[in-house]
Write a protein that binds this ligand. Structure first.
Ligand SMILES: [Zn+2]
Length: 434
């Protein structure tokens, strides 16, 4: 078809062409008062971002003007950033209150459709807060529900971020709830349980076959205060078991995220070549050095360990406080060592009605520069997801995932709590007057 013919045809089939044929898509020019380049850690003044279809076509000085016929969005009083990325969420969890049945009621009482409805709300909330991408690291007993939510978002049925999903996750016998029921009962589990390298590889294959973008593995389970006042967590998979998962997953061109608090479980995660360590509450200097050497990503999820502490004079209360203080030290050491850090919250462990941006506050409180905190939620996360240049950046060829705040988030991350403008893939999701 000639260009002229296609242009005429597209006038008739406007909507279909706008999504399918980016070069003929709608053109939007966004005037940015300040435009943050996270990789440079700096902002440029008075820029124009030209969006065509779902991609960014160009970024230019405002003095160069806007393309004729473009729809103009005026953010000249705002600071514009790439859409934010939360690399550790659970849209199928809702910060369950123990008094209302806690974690178990989710799996034992709630119909899957009810959980999916709430996951839909969680996804929308994330998007409205400027998080245009989530790595959602397992559904907690809701099977492949995340694949379904992702499909509904991608096909435009519901609003939500781009999802990178981990489906069911994997642990070993004795390595995940539901727990504490009569041994005569076969209880459902919040993850897929597997034992031995053969079962592990099969579990990974099943999950990848059914749409997992990442494989999530629980390398530790439970934690308590040891005899010498140290934080202890129970290891789950052996090195051989995790190696089977990693080998299989890498063969599919995908990556493995390992929940690991510390000790033996964290060591096995590193020795088996996992790609990202989740939480990493207690990382030794040697383990940090190994992560640096192997290029392992670190997703700390600080904020969630400050919620719901048990009373101080109970074993759980002492454990909760020790988790937070150990984590603080590990995070500081990781920064000092120059580990590759990504922003992650464990939302779902935190109620979705709470602000996602609270993680920025914690990161900065523990000594991270605001520009590094912003990097962790943009370029770093995009690199980890294998989407460098397409996500987490405002540059030609990137997806038009764009947010705006008032104030200067490179100096103070507080404005990230109040994202006033959100565009995802060239579509305006939110535009509030400043
Ligand atoms: Zn989690």
């Amino acid at each position: 078809m000639s260009l002229a013919m296609r242009a005429a045809w597209c006038t008739v089939l406007l909507v279909a062409c706008a999504t399918a044929q980016a070069p003929f898509g709608k053109v939007i020019a966004i005037r940015a008062g300040k435009l943050v380049d996270p990789r440079a850690g700096a902002a440029r003044s008075d820029q124009v971002i030209v969006v065509r279809g779902d991609r960014i076509e160009s970024v230019r000085d405002a003095s160069a003007g806007v393309p004729s016929g473009a729809q103009v969005i005026d953010l000249s009083q705002a600071t514009v950033l790439p859409g934010l990325i939360d690399s550790h969420t659970h849209i199928f969890l809702q910060g369950e209150d123990p008094a209302e049945g806690g974690y178990d009621i989710n799996i034992l009482k709630y119909p899957l459709a009810y959980r999916a409805a709430r996951a839909t709300v969680a996804a929308r909330r994330a998007l409205e807060q400027g998080f245009t991408t989530l790595r959602d690291v397992e559904t907690e007993g809701a099977g492949y529900g995340d694949v379904g939510i992702k499909q509904a978002i991608d096909e435009g049925h519901i609003p939500g971020p781009r999802l990178f999903v981990a489906t069911r996750a994997i642990s070993t016998t004795g390595g995940y709830p539901l727990e504490g029921y009569a041994p005569e009962l076969t209880m459902p589990k919040g993850v897929q349980i597997a034992d031995g390298p053969v079962e592990m590889r099969k579990a990974a294959r099943e999950q990848l076959d059914h749409g997992a973008d990442w494989i999530k593995v629980y390398m530790t389970h439970r934690s308590w205060v040891g005899d010498n006042g140290e934080l202890v967590s129970q290891p789950t998979l052996t090195v051989e078991e995790l190696k089977a998962v990693v080998d299989e997953t890498h063969g599919w061109g995908k990556k493995v995220a390992c929940h690991a608090y510390g000790g033996i479980g964290l060591q096995r995660a590193l020795d088996a070549g996992c790609d990202s360590i989740e939480h990493g509450l207690l990382m030794s200097d040697a383990q940090i050095a190994q992560m640096k050497r192997q290029g392992t990503w670190y997703c700390p999820t600080l904020a969630v360990y400050y919620t719901d502490w048990a009373p101080a004079d109970t074993p759980e209360g002492r454990r909760d406080r020790l988790r937070a203080s150990a984590h603080e030290q590990s995070f500081r050491k990781a920064m000092k060592a120059g580990l590759k850090i990504v922003f992650g919250t464990d939302m779902g462990g935190i109620k979705w009605t709470e602000p996602i941006a609270q993680e920025f506050d914690r990161m900065v409180e523990l000594g991270m520069e605001p520009e590094d905190a912003i990097r962790s939620a943009t370029v770093n996360a995009a690199d980890m997801l294998g989407m460098g240049g397409k996500l987490g950046a405002i540059a030609p060829g990137a997806y038009a995932d764009i947010v705006a705040v008032s104030g200067d988030p490179l100096r103070d991350v507080k404005p990230l709590h109040n994202v006033q403008f959100v565009m995802k893939g060239g579509e305006v999701v939110r535009h509030q007057a400043p």
